[in-house]
Design a protein around this ligand. Structure first.
Ligand code: ADP
Ligand code: MG
Length: 618
């Protein structure tokens, strides 16, 4: 039989290799900026069009390349950064594989212009899908400019796989942060679709963080410094009160290289122990310096994971350094014996307060010129006194009602139906006819004519809020409550960009923005259903939902906003509910258009028929 093994042609091999290096436009941005840094640039400019799908260009004032090097730089495994395997353990450059330019050129249209200081003219090379289209002499300033157009032009599947511009841009900005944070001695500018998104002058580390994340960041920072034989730490953590619900700014750099490490993250989290609110994550910007001999950065193609020789020691040092800083800056809680005891509320009262779901009933037919009407009825709950368990609620209607084999929703009848209109009244008789029961602080059980209804409280409430918000946004009737004091919230510029996009819809839900600047927004009104303490959490959640949005045909900003707000505000699993709250949820759920599923398509309730129960007792 004839031999069948062949060597792959270079352009095919490059295309395959490209898949590892270039996953998306952000990977190109990373490689090009890193090359600029490696070339000793003091100023780097990044230009992006259409989230990198149309253009990614990086211009630097670094050392440039000779004619031969310019040509060679596109060969696979062509690098000026290492010469032998030993060099791998003495790395002080970002790149070393010599794969980036070859990979990028294999799957895009690339133009390179470069000139070294001592030369009068430079070189321009145009490459498309690994083919050199032209090479010429060019007048160009010292340094290198690489433009990458039509990424994945020859791999349609890859191109189609790209996410929406918002998502791709988010990834690009992430990469931009990761490089710019550790090189505050280099100035960076970033132009997105022609407008300047970041302008980061040469500065110290603290200023760089503030320049990227906004001036308000400054007061959040607590410095962390530690110098030991094996590890040098410098950087900042956010004060615990600024911990975020979503994993926000968490940056580790090892020898100036961004890395991810769940293990080291754990060290930080444990240093914050007792200081963070449940479900929040600390933010940090920490640079670790270790002997390059003690790490292996070669285990991941895109190099965000690294292997340490002695992780345990690093963990311990890191944890104690962060703990020490938090303590030094008086952030750890102190026992305060002089506190006025009358300020303390009793445990019971606190608990009852927390257990209250936002319950404000709004009269949509309110006419402001009619003086006699109550507009907003705050239903102060007096019902938390009545704690007797209501097992009997389970049995209501089970004994004598006929069986209904198929659970057609339209036939579902509620025992409590006649009380719908006066749901919030808590007269004695009413509590006597209880027909709901909360199970494990998770499910609401109610009896229906045909049997038993088990409702997931969190999902059900999400559905209710979702439809309410959707209605408010589309009908534009969200009712607003004015804040006593305007609330100023600070965001990074790309976060603000998202808020601006959604501003109108947010206003329809009842938000009132009085001032939107480059880095902050001022809020003077919020939807009546939103407690003031939740405002920032809701907006943070919203921003992160938009950022992580996976676009599909049905994507709409309105929908996302309604979903996100519903998710943030819905009663959580584990929250104990008063009787009236349980009934409110049951009634509101079944007044929804699609009560069967949550906004994310999860089942909200199940029914267990009397016949099913009967069978179990045979
Ligand atoms: P690596 O960075 O791993 O060496 P690359 O494919 O990214 O591989 O680059 C190949 C070579 O091209 C680099 O080693 C460097 O010598 C040269 N090069 C790339 N970008 C630049 C630049 N912006 N300025 C100067 N030289 C560069
Ligand atoms: Mg490189």
């Amino acid at each position: 039989m004839a031999d069948i093994i062949q060597l792959l042609p270079d352009h095919v091999a490059n295309q395959i290799a490209a898949g590892e290096v270039v996953q998306r436009p952000a990977s190109v941005v990373k490689e090009l900026i890193e090359n600029a840094v490696d070339a000793g640039a003091t100023a780097v400019k990044l230009i992006i069009k259409d989230a990198g799908k149309t253009l990614i260009q990086v211009i630097d004032n670094g050392k440039g390349m000779s004619v031969t090097d310019a040509r060679l730089s596109f060969e696979r495994h062509a690098t000026s950064k290492i010469r032998n395997a030993d060099d791998l353990f003495q790395l002080n450059t970002k790149g070393f594989r010599g794969e980036a330019l070859a990979s990028i050129a294999a799957i895009a249209h690339v133009e390179l212009k470069t000139k070294q200081e001592q030369d009068d003219v430079g070189t321009v090379i145009v490459i498309e899908g690994s083919n050199v289209v032209s090479q010429d002499v060019v007048v160009t300033p010292k340094g290198t400019s690489i433009s990458v157009k039509n990424l994945f032009f020859n791999i349609p599947a890859r191109r189609n796989f790209l996410k929406s511009n918002a998502v791709e841009l988010r990834h690009i900005i992430d990469e931009f942060h990761r490089v710019t944070l550790v090189h505050s001695n280099i100035s960076f500018t970033f132009f997105n679709n022609g407008s300047e998104t970041f302008n980061l002058p040469v500065s110290n580390y603290r200023q760089r963080i503030v320049n990227i994340f906004g001036t308000k960041t400054n007061e959040k920072l607590v410095p962390v410094e530690e110098d030991t034989e094996v590890l040098k730490i410098s950087g900042f953590v956010f004060k615990p009160e600024f911990a975020k619900k979503t994993r926000g700014e968490q940056y580790f750099f090892v020898n100036n290289r961004f890395i991810k490490s769940a293990y080291l993250n754990h060290a930080i989290v444990s240093a914050f122990e007792g200081l963070l609110k449940n479900g929040t994550h600390p933010s940090y910007f920490l640079n670790l310096e270790v002997d390059p001999q003690t790490i292996d950065i070669n285990i991941h193609p895109t190099k965000t994971e690294i292997k340490f020789d002695d992780e345990h020691t690093l963990y311990a040092i890191l944890r104690s350094a962060v703990k020490h800083s938090l303590g030094q800056f008086n952030i750890a809680p102190v026992l305060d014996f002089e506190r006025d005891a009358t300020m303390d509320t009793s445990y019971n009262l606190n608990k009852a307060g927390i257990a209250q779901a936002p319950k404000i009933e709004v009269d949509r037919s309110f006419n402001p010129f009619e003086t006699s009407k109550d507009t907003v009825k705050q239903t102060a709950s007096s019902s938390y006194k009545k704690q007797e368990s209501n097992w009997e609620g389970l049995y209501v209607g089970l004994e004598s009602k006929g069986t209904m084999s198929q659970h057609d929703f339209s036939e579902v009848q509620f025992e409590s139906e006649e009380t719908v209109s006066s749901l919030f009244e808590t007269s004695e008789e009413q509590t006597q006819t209880n027909s709901t029961y909360q199970f494990h602080n998770k499910y609401i059980i109610s009896s229906i004519k045909s049997g038993m209804l088990v409702i997931d409280q969190h999902r059900a409430h999400q559905r209710i809020l979702y439809e309410d918000f959707l209605q408010d946004i589309t009908v534009k009737v969200g009712v607003s409550q004015q804040l006593l004091f305007p609330l100023e919230l600070h965001f990074s510029s790309q976060e603000l960009e998202i808020i601006k996009q959604l501003k109108q819809d947010l206003e329809h839900t009842g938000f009132v923005f009085s001032n939107v600047t480059e880095e902050s927004i001022e809020i003077t009104g919020v939807p009546v259903t939103v407690p003031e303490s939740e405002i920032s959490i809701i907006l943070e959640q919203l921003i992160s939902d938009v950022q992580n949005e996976v676009p599909d045909a049905n994507f709409s900003a309105t929908d996302l906003l309604a979903k996100s707000m519903a998710k943030s505000l819905a009663i959580k699993t584990g929250q104990s509910l008063q009787k009236d709250e349980q009934e409110h949820i049951v009634n509101k759920l079944f007044a929804c258009k699609e009560p069967n599923v949550s906004p994310t398509n999860r089942v909200t309730f199940i029914t267990v028929g009397v016949d099913e129960l009967d069978k179990k007792f045979i």
